[in-house]
Design a protein around this ligand. Structure first.
Ligand SMILES: [Zn+2]
Length: 400
């Protein structure tokens, strides 16, 4: 569904500032290759508050009710959340027995870390498969979307919380005002709301354009968030710029006046000058990368080389479409996620095999679409004797 109004302030959206070809939904891997619905993939900015977002809204039930991404399956992720819990407990001197609510709690991985520190924990997540998994692991989790109405229901039953966390979900929520009002309902008077979200400044500066897909409807910067929370009687009082997912912010919010506003907020706001120029440069960069990669793949194909893809994370869909990778130049793809093996990539229907297929089928070239893990993938598969191509942040070849 086309949307014309801002997810933060209801202001009018601009014409697209970044326009990629329409794509299928990034996580719709298929058992049988049948034609798939394509959705426009265009980033606009709110003409009132400056919030970047898609001008398309996909039914959240279709995106999130069954979610394949299990946070706890990644060791890197697990370590991140254990450190996160420790950091926040220390930063706000949370005593044992404090109440922690995690929204979009996935398999309960963060709450597990809080629980081990003696906190009382509760999770909520719309993915029924993940909520069931968390409950089975002893982390009480409500299988639902978080809204203000839901929050009122929850507060009546569980009371308020000293800490409310919501990580990698603020980009996903279709109605951010309703979500933030719900957070306010759940917060104790001096309670802290802490969320981590991919930072759009890094997306532009580090060419992370493949994180743009329909699950992520918002691309956050602080500039529109500060007045957004203010309008709701809350205050964005601190922020940390972190490395997670190639560049994220960890944002701290409380009720207005409950805590002093830290200097880091103004420091990061100052870096967000000329976002429009940064976005335009990203658009040009994607064009250039696409041209270079297509030329390279065509050249290899003409020379009779056999090309396969290594790693098809959700963001590979944007990458394949935005860079214009022709599926006829690709023989197959491999991925270590068991659930994806034996399926076909969204839209282009490239067959996905287990990673040992690279030794059985022996392609000449492997194109790494999980490019942020390129180093560890190439190390792990040092036995592969062909050429590796890593398309981002610059087109590079290894092992020629
Ligand atoms: Zn706005």
């Amino acid at each position: 569904m086309k949307i014309q109004h801002c997810r933060l302030c209801k202001g009018t959206l601009s014409e697209p500032k970044l326009k990629f070809p329409p794509t299928p939904l990034a996580n719709e891997y298929l058992k049988d290759p049948t034609p798939q619905e394509l959705f426009p993939l265009e980033v606009c900015v709110c003409t009132v508050c400056g919030h970047y977002q898609l001008n398309e809204s996909v039914d959240p039930a279709r995106l999130f009710r069954y979610y394949q991404y299990v946070a706890g399956h990644s060791a890197v992720n697990k370590e991140h959340f254990v450190r996160y819990a420790g950091h926040v407990v220390e930063r706000f001197a949370l005593p044992e027995g404090s109440a922690v609510l995690d929204i979009a709690s996935n398999d309960g991985i963060l709450l597990q870390a809080f629980k081990e520190r003696g906190m009382r924990v509760l999770g909520i997540d719309p993915a029924e498969n993940l909520a069931a998994l968390a409950n089975a692991n002893g982390i009480e989790t409500i299988p639902d979307f978080f809204t203000e109405a839901k929050a009122l229901e929850m507060r009546a039953h569980y009371g308020t919380f000293d800490l409310v966390t919501a990580n990698n979900v603020f980009a996903h929520v279709p109605d951010l005002e309703d979500f933030a009002k719900g957070v306010q309902v759940m917060l104790a008077p001096r309670g802290v709301f802490s969320f981590e979200v991919s930072y759009f400044l890094d997306v532009c500066d580090k060419t992370l354009f493949d994180t743009i897909y329909h699950e992520h409807s918002s691309y956050h910067t602080l500039t529109p968030l500060v007045p957004f929370f203010k309008r709701l009687g809350m205050e964005l009082f601190d922020v940390e710029h972190i490395e997670n997912h190639g560049g994220s912010v960890r944002v701290f919010v409380t009720r207005a006046g409950a805590r002093p506003v830290e200097l880091q907020v103004a420091e990061l706001l100052a870096k967000e000058q000329d976002m429009e120029g940064k976005v335009a440069r990203l658009g040009v960069k994607v064009e250039e990368l696409g041209q270079a990669l297509r030329a390279k793949l065509n050249e290899l194909k003409s020379a009779g080389k056999r090309i396969a893809i290594f790693g098809v994370p959700a963001k590979a869909t944007t990458l394949i479409y935005a860079l214009g990778i022709d599926e006829r130049t690709i023989e197959f793809a491999v991925d270590d996620t068991t659930l994806k093996q034996g399926t076909y990539t969204p839209g282009k229907h490239i067959p996905i095999l287990p990673s040992n297929a690279i030794y059985e089928r022996k392609p000449d070239v492997l194109l790494v679409l999980a490019w942020n893990f390129a180093d560890s993938i190439m190390q792990k598969h040092a036995a592969f004797t062909g050429t590796w191509i890593v398309p981002i942040p610059e087109l590079k070849e290894y092992g020629i």
